[in-house]
Write a protein that binds this ligand. Sequence first.
Ligand SMILES: [Zn+2]
Ligand SMILES: [Zn+2]
Length: 151
Amino acid sequence: MSFIHLCTRLSPVMHLSDFISYTVTLSSILLDMSTLNASCHCGAVTIQAEKDSVKGIVKCYCRDCQKHLGNFAPWVVCNKENSGIAGPVGEYASSPTVKRLFCTSCGSSLAKSPNEGSMLLVAAGCFEQPLDLEVVKEVFVEAKEPWMLSK
Ligand SMILES: [Zn+2]
Ligand SMILES: [Zn+2]
């Protein structure tokens, strides 16, 4: 439903309860239209990514990701220029070319940030809304364990 359609359907006389439900609906629609929102477990760190700049999900089975997330890693492929991160973010270099971001308050693993290029990989499980995204690639499949196969 577009913003225009929503407005034209509003009655000229609006009760407060209608107004509240309208604002909630409208804000969730606007939010849904332009931004994907993620956060850590405690909520102190928030990440926003422009929806149009997101390229889908990459599943990585490398040993670094397994250590970082305790499992294989479903990363949402975002772009650094079109993403924002706020809150107490810690980082460490998991290799000479990659930094890992985490919340210093709750310890949630949040993202993988290659030093080169504009890609920012954000942990799929940290997103607030259901992700309507395709898995576009699986990488380091040689490190995949039998128990990681989906059933
Ligand atoms: Zn946190
Ligand atoms: Zn990996």
